[in-house]
Design a protein around this ligand. Structure first.
Ligand code: PGA
Length: 251
């Protein structure tokens, strides 16, 4: 049985004081529930405050990126070990905004992923096509390329902690959600691909999140799909009400 996982990607929103208040609010609403795994991914500088606020709850913390080197003269970068030391246990890797604005490629996603695994962080690896690619009928090619390239060199053992988030870029922050049928179709494709790349047991055990304009109103239908194991939530994770409603509505 795959435990559903709802993660909030705060992107570049909230300072430490705001993070503390938001996590404290979430803790009050959903802090002790255990049916769904809940992860909150604030900006790096908020992690310490968020970890403190989440103490005593089931809410886990995650970062939104990491650098693959362990330490050194890499001005402005943050290592996996630093994230781990902050108390966070998850890290988002290869989000489409990083692919689009910061030159992230499958090769750099792969390096970050291996670094995350090496220091015991649970990775959430993002894949997904943009609008032009979907309209050109290339969705499955792009998703296959992202999954295969990002996971290159990983073992079945490595896959035990990897979560994959399918996020169609055209659905991110646009209010345009993929229909549950569109999302399920791609999730099934990813699961079948994992069976080919690893084996059936690994494919069955890997959690696949959907991301892109997830909100309380569409959560139940999306998460009721057989291959959708949760959601990576952007905008709607920035408020206690909407994020806790998404967690409650998860099927
Ligand atoms: P959104 O973002 O929920 O605001 O569409 C999702 C994401 O980018 O992870």
């Amino acid at each position: 049985m795959r435990k559903k996982i709802i993660a909030g990607n705060w992107k570049m929103y909230k300072n430490p004081a705001e993070a503390l208040a938001l996590v404290a609010g979430l803790k009050k609403e959903i802090g002790a529930q255990s049916a769904v795994e809940v992860v909150v991914c604030p900006p790096f500088v908020d992690l310490a405050a968020a970890v403190q606020a989440a103490a005593g709850s089931t809410i886990a913390l995650g970062a939104q990126n990491l650098f693959w080197e362990t330490e050194g003269a890499f001005t402005g970068e943050i290592s996996g070990a630093m994230i781990k030391a902050s108390g966070a246990t998850y890290v988002i890797i290869g989000h489409s905004e990083r692919r689009q604005y910061f030159g992230e490629t499958n090769a750099t996603v792969n390096k970050r992923l291996k670094a995350a695994l090496a220091c015991g962080l649970n990775p959430i690896v993002c894949v997904g096509e943009n609008l032009a690619e979907r309209e050109a009928g290339k969705t499955f090619d792009v998703v296959k390329d992202h999954v295969t390239g990002s996971l290159a060199g990983l073992t079945k053992e490595d896959m035990k902690t990897v979560v994959i988030a399918y996020e169609p870029v055209w659905a991110i922050g646009t209010g345009k959600t993929a229909t549950s049928a569109q999302a399920q179709e791609v999730h099934k494709f990813i699961r079948d691909l994992l069976a080919k790349l690893f084996d059936q047991a690994t494919a069955e055990a890997t959690r696949l999140q959907y991301g892109g304009s997830v909100k309380p109103e569409n959560t139940a239908e999306l998460t009721a799909q057989p291959d959708i194991d949760g959601a990576l939530v952007g905008g709607a994770s920035l408020k206690v009400d909407s994020f806790s409603a998404i967690i409650r509505n998860t099927k």
